[in-house]
Design a protein around this ligand. Structure first.
Ligand SMILES: Nc1ncnc2c1ncn2[C@@H]1O[C@H](COP(=O)(O)OP(=O)(O)OP(=O)(O)O)[C@@H](O)[C@H]1O
Length: 255
């Protein structure tokens, strides 16, 4: 695994509680920049809880609390002084079901930059074009930017959501089962895109598909019942796991 000093996100003995129930417990791991890290594990093991902790999406849930440390670029993200809008700009998120706004393709992408104060049309045009190009959607929509985003196919909508995230110039992109609502062809396009995006962004992807984790990630974390069981290079996790429960899970014996 890469040198710990290079990590961009660091969890140290991190717990996330829903009331008194720990969704994840005692998580210690480093996430490395410009790599794809997959989070795998059986249903209810805490994958989404951990992912959503990284940009504090879970804050919206009543009675939740945390213990331990979670830092992004050395900054404690559960510090009261943290600016959540900035944090979520730095750490974008793509959800299971594509969720474009009921606006034009152009306005979906321009939304974040406009909120940040970008108003000049030429600047917005450039951001829209660059973001759509990076999300491998430009060629399909460049003549139709005024069309409603809701008229796109599911796979196109998901790439649009990735472009919308990119337009905010994040450092990290969290993806929570981004292909679960997509057919195999659209899934393949997202996987190819993730492969390209990793040269620019740090990507953390929750997936139920072990084939997908093996195809797209360089590092894999296996969670089980709220615990991080094993975290290593993806190749090692899938060919020579150290823990029996990891082996049982990846060979389909449980989960
Ligand atoms: N909003 C919530 N309120 C209370 N408990 C929750 C909430 N969300 C998740 N949990 C609990 O936290 C634990 C971890 O759930 P989480 O959704 O993170 O698992 P997961 O691995 O992402 O599951 P799945 O693969 O089914 O999406 C589970 O015990 C779950 O019941």
């Amino acid at each position: 695994m890469a040198n710990k000093k290079e990590s961009i996100i660091r969890a140290k003995n991190f717990y996330f509680y829903y009331g008194s129930h720990a969704g994840v417990r005692d998580i210690t791991l480093d996430i490395f920049p410009r790599k794809v890290t997959a989070i795998i594990g059986p249903s209810g093991c805490g994958k989404s809880t951990f992912l959503r902790s990284i940009n504090r999406m879970n804050d919206l849930i009543p009675n939740c609390s945390t213990k331990g440390e979670l830092t992004v670029n050395g900054q404690q993200i559960y510090d009261n002084k943290i600016n959540l809008v900035n944090l979520r700009r730095q750490i974008g998120m793509v959800f299971q079901t594509p969720n474009p706004f009921a606006k034009s393709i152009y306005d979906n992408i321009a939304y974040g930059p406009r909120l940040k104060g970008v108003q000049k049309k030429s600047s917005l045009d450039e951001i829209v074009e660059t973001s759509l190009k990076q999300a491998a959607l430009w060629g399909e929509v460049k003549d139709d930017l005024a069309k409603s985003a809701l008229a796109l196919s599911g796979g196109q909508q998901q790439r649009l959501c990735i472009a919308r995230t990119i337009a905010n110039k994040p450092k990290v992109i969290l993806m929570d089962e981004p292909c679960s609502a997509l057919d195999p062809i659209a899934t393949g396009k997202i996987e190819d895109l993730v492969e390209e995006l990793k040269d620019y962004y740090t990507i953390i992807m929750v997936t139920h598909s072990m084939q997908q984790a093996a195809r797209v990630s360089q590092l894999t974390a296996f969670f089980c019942m709220g615990d991080l069981i094993e975290y290593d290079n993806t190749n090692k996790i899938f060919t020579n796991p150290q823990e029996k429960s990891t082996e049982d899970y990846i060979t389909g014996r449980f989960g």
